[in-house]
Design a binder for this molecule. Structure first.
Ligand code: MG
Length: 399
């Protein structure tokens, strides 16, 4: 008998700094449901409305087995397609359908995808601090805990942002000084490398903040420190400049967390202009497109490093991990440090041991949500500050 979609709901919760959106798809089989990540934290109400007001009426009654068809139809059903809100909404349903299919089959999602390529996923974690020595100490703590890949950042994105030469009347808030950032970051990486040696793999995230010429210069300057990769060097608007970066240095490049359109990743992979592709899986539409990108990347020798900080939900982290365990193209997985509350709220949230992230036993995505506990942590109304970044003269900068 066909199992159909009987209800779809969005669970909004905030167990930490980030507001999370989890989609729950219920089915005609008693007790059978799936979970998916639809977390676009800055526009979370828009995603919830897209799921409940637009996708749900169109998907009720459909056969849960037809994941691919549902994904293709969902992408074009609104006629105007792509974009972070709709892709996240589609991802919530898509991941939930993979979860359901796994539960029906009694198999983990990585088994549905083709089985394990590895037992666990190497992760990279975030070391930050206001001084180079703080950051070096943070890296050493991670090394003592068994981590072998660490992202190093001074201050928040954009460096120290102190001693800015601002005009009178420039507003308070987040600032970014491009030349100060490049200078301070190179000094910091030089210091950290000298302190921690060459065994540890270092990553640095530019967060798409530099203008193209500065980005080329920075990638050349940082080459000598042998980063594992330089993350999001250019903004999506400036992708053509990757050719020039590539022509001038051998710094490994990772790109993609803001991408939501196939032409963004396709061009970079085909041109072998990057080494790691790293979309936010819910922002690209879920597991269905991510597995295709992983296979496409593999054909070109590009590896995956899916986006995975705290504004990916625990369900999204589980989805990332199933892709990592399966894909031959996997490189490294970004990882945050979930709180005890998140482990309690999301039974099955994967656990790191000795620098490796292990999938939990159990079919589907292997993760659940304690809805009563989630209800006790409702989302806050937040107006993000850090995405209101300014250049030293007070004008707007891309965050
Ligand atoms: Mg990043």
């Amino acid at each position: 008998m066909t199992t159909t979609i009987t209800d779809i709901k969005v669970i909004l919760t905030q167990p930490g700094p980030s507001r999370l959106a989890i989609v729950k798809v219920m089915t005609s089989e008693p007790g059978l449901y799936g979970l998916g990540c639809a977390t676009f934290t800055q526009r979370i109400h828009a995603v919830a409305a897209a799921v409940e007001r637009h996708l749900k009426p169109f998907l009720l009654g459909r056969d849960v087995a037809r994941i691919e068809e549902i994904w293709q139809m969902s992408m074009v059903h609104g006629y105007w397609r792509n974009g972070p809100v709709l892709n996240n909404a589609i991802s919530g349903v898509d991941q939930a359908l993979w979860d359901i299919k796994g539960k029906q089959a009694g198999m983990a999602v990585y088994d549905l995808l083709g089985g394990k390529s590895r037992e666990a996923a190497n992760v990279y974690v975030h070391a930050h601090g206001s001084t180079s020595s703080d950051i070096a100490d943070h890296v050493k703590q991670y090394m003592a805990d068994g981590y072998r890949y660490v992202r190093v950042q001074q201050g928040f994105y954009g460096g120290k942002s102190t001693d800015l030469h601002k005009p009178a009347g420039a507003p308070d808030g987040a600032y970014f000084d491009p030349s100060g950032y490049r200078r301070d970051t190179l000094e910091m990486i030089d210091f950290v490398r000298s302190e921690v040696g060459n065994e540890i793999e270092l990553v640095h995230d530019v967060h798409e903040r530099l203008n193209p010429a500065d980005a080329v210069l920075f990638a050349k300057d940082v080459e000598q420190y042998r980063l594992f990769f330089l993350e999001d060097l250019l903004a999506p608007e400036d992708l053509h400049w990757f050719e020039r970066v590539r022509a001038q240095c051998a710094t490994p490049l990772a790109m993609g967390e803001l991408f939501n359109h196939p032409l963004e990743w396709r061009t970079l992979i085909e041109g072998r202009l990057i080494d790691f592709i790293r979309m936010h899986v819910s922002q690209m539409g879920g597991i269905t497109p991510a597995r295709k990108v992983a296979d496409f990347a593999h054909a070109y020798g590009v590896r995956t490093a899916w986006h995975g900080p705290g504004d990916t939900s625990p369900v999204g982290h589980a989805a990332n991990l199933h892709l990592d365990i399966w894909s031959p193209a996997f490189g490294v997985q970004e990882w945050y440090q979930p709180s005890e509350l998140e482990y309690e709220m999301f039974p099955g949230l994967p656990v790191v041991s000795d620098g490796y992230l292990y999938p939990q036993a159990g079919p589907g995505l292997g993760i659940d949500i304690d809805e009563q506990l989630a209800e006790q942590f409702p989302i806050q109304e937040i107006v993000e500050e850090w995405t209101q970044a300014r250049l030293p003269d007070g004008s707007a900068a891309r965050p």
